[in-house]
Design a protein around this ligand. Structure first.
Ligand SMILES: NC(=O)c1ccc[n+]([C@@H]2O[C@H](COP(=O)([O-])OP(=O)(O)OC[C@H]3O[C@@H](n4cnc5c(N)ncnc54)[C@H](OP(=O)(O)O)[C@@H]3O)[C@@H](O)[C@H]2O)c1
Length: 269
């Protein structure tokens, strides 16, 4: 039993059943954090719990919840209500490729509920505790998509723009509070996300980054209290270019790239 006067810090990671979230959970555990891991697939969370507890010797609580639903969000909020959270990672995310007119409405609303609604609901749930203790990290996993309009994935891109805008404002509001915000904006990463959102290929043929590399960069930045993380030189260039180009031209370029990814996906599924 560990001494009560020296509790381990606690990191909460949503979308920890695969990809970037899973690797971030491992990265925090290796740094001595206890964990609350959240996703729908309970079997994956349990497997992660077994791996982490046996290799890192920290405690892992699994919360199986659908963050697209009000009940699922409430379940996670309840699980965190009596915990002293040190780090919240809002990583769970959903996407879809296809034009707005052809995309299933349920899926579009699910993207908003997971990528935006649950992120706000969890951030606001833990913030009073962080502010009271005058320390803590909020980590929002957005995307380079948050900096540009995204034809053929318009709701996903807009959801990430929401996260970028909200994080920039929250960072300002929290200045000098002891609580930091880290905004992570990866480019294409090799995870299950490609398959679940019907995407193949990358933006302009750039190599997919590994989820481990993105997770490590994100955890390091969060613990150092840095605000913006865009992993990979090509992705930083993309973000810089998108700030310079007219939005209409960027939309046309993204449309071309997304069309290719959509066609590749249709061939592959
Ligand atoms: N991969 C990329 O190219 C890329 C690029 C930029 C940004 N991102 C962002 O990175 C984040 C992580 O994605 P990833 O690439 O690691 O993809 P991933 O491997 O598909 O992971 C997505 C995670 O989100 C969880 N999730 C999805 N819908 C959920 C729901 N309704 N309720 C609870 N959990 C849900 C999934 O768990 P369950 O299915 O078990 O629920 C899974 O753990 C996302 O926010 C994504 O937008 C990804």
């Amino acid at each position: 039993m560990r001494p009560t006067q020296d509790p381990r810090p606690l990191a909460v990671v949503t979308g920890a059943s695969s990809g970037i979230g899973e690797k971030m959970a491992v990265a925090f555990a290796r740094r001595g954090f206890d964990l609350v891991v959240v996703a729908r697939r309970a079997d994956r969370l349990t497997a992660l719990q077994t791996l982490i507890t046996s290799t890192c010797g920290v405690d892992v609580e699994c919360v199986a919840a659908d963050l697209a639903s009000r009940a699922g969000l409430a379940l996670v909020q309840q699980a965190l209500a009596d915990r002293d959270v040190d780090v919240l990672v809002n990583n769970a995310g959903a996407g879809w490729i296809g034009t707005f007119a052809e995309a299933p409405m349920e899926r579009q609303l699910e993207i908003i509920d997971v990528n935006c609604r649950s992120l706000i609901g969890l951030t606001q749930a833990v913030l009073p505790g962080l502010l009271q203790r005058r320390r803590g990290r909020v980590v929002q996993i957005a995307s380079v998509a948050g900096f540009m309009p995204g034809p053929r994935s318009s709701v996903y891109y807009a959801s990430k723009a929401f996260v970028v805008s909200h994080s920039e404002a929250l960072r300002h509001e929290l200045a000098d509070s002891g609580v930091t915000v880290t905004l992570v904006c990866p480019g294409p990463v090799a995870t299950e996300f490609q398959r679940s959102s019907g995407v193949r290929g990358t933006m302009g043929g750039a190599a997919l980054m590994s989820d481990v590399a993105v997770a490590e960069a994100s955890v390091e930045a969060a613990l150092a209290g840095r605000f913006l993380v865009v992993p990979g030189f090509a992705n930083r260039l993309l973000v810089a270019l998108s700030a310079l180009l007219p939005r209409r031209l960027t939309a046309a370029l993204v449309d071309r790239l997304q069309r290719k990814r959509q066609e590749a996906g249709a061939d592959d599924v």
